[in-house]
Design a protein around this ligand. Structure first.
Ligand SMILES: Nc1ncnc2c1ncn2[C@@H]1O[C@H](COP(=O)(O)OP(=O)(O)OP(=O)(O)O)[C@@H](O)[C@H]1O
Length: 211
């Protein structure tokens, strides 16, 4: 949502609401009555009310690959977040943190190098945030918290239909199977159990109980 109070001057870097692109990068060139004149990166001169603008970090252009944690963005606004995800996605970096929350963008293609045993070994016991954002890091943090605190943990997987919740949940279970094994009082492996679950909601609650 655009920010109501913005300190605008000529040359200010902004994001402007756009019918086709959702947001377009622009620069303030002038002020006319209650409107702001901007020049977009697509080369258009537009008169717009300041309420439809968001501040944009000038450094964002330089940091080509985006940031691995949204909290590193100077402006944590909608266009900044979307632009960061877009740039990471272009490099097949489908995972991004916002603090301890993991955002996954569905790649709609197989990325086997992300999920092999070597990757699981890398994330096993690694402090959260030390390695690139990954669903294994979230699974590992929950597993370690469960083991050290002896308490149940929950992982919420949410997103719209087709966002990748089922795949993500399977990856979490695959990782937990790798580090842990079987759930308490159940002969089936964790992986078998999850494959038997029909996941039909837009929000999954994955309970993780200590043995
Ligand atoms: N991490 C991933 N790597 C590769 N492909 C993926 C990944 N996540 C999702 N996909 C692809 O996207 C498709 C849809 O994902 P998924 O079934 O997990 O969505 P969902 O959120 O569970 O959808 P629904 O709520 O409709 O059940 C998968 O069949 C798969 O092809």
């Amino acid at each position: 949502m655009p920010e109501p109070k913005m300190n605008l001057r000529k040359g200010s870097k902004v994001w402007a609401e756009d019918k086709n692109l959702a947001w377009v990068a622009a620069e303030v060139t002038d002020f006319l009555a209650k409107q702001v004149k901007i020049l977009t990166v697509t080369g258009k001169q537009v008169l717009i009310v300041p309420e439809k603008l968001c501040p944009r970090d000038a450094d964002e252009e330089e940091e080509h690959g985006g940031v691995d944690d949204m909290t590193k963005l100077t402006y944590l606004n909608e266009p900044g977040v979307l632009y960061n995800l877009q740039r990471r996605y272009a490099l097949n970096d489908i995972y991004t943190y916002t603090g301890s929350i993991l955002i996954a963008v569905n790649p709609f293609t197989k990325l086997p190098h992300l999920y092999n045993v070597h990757m699981m070994e890398q994330y096993k016991g690694a402090p959260f945030g030390e390695l690139s954002p990954h669903v294994f890091a979230v699974a590992d943090a929950s597993y370690r918290a469960m083991m050290s605190e002896g308490r149940s943990q929950s992982i919420l997987v949410s997103g719209e239909s087709g966002a990748g919740k089922t795949e993500t949940t399977k990856l979490i279970m695959q990782y937990l199977t790798f580090v842990g094994g079987r759930a308490a009082g159940d002969d089936r492996t964790v992986e078998q159990q999850v494959l038997e679950v029909r996941l039909t909601h837009s929000l999954y609650h994955l309970p993780l109980a200590p043995l």
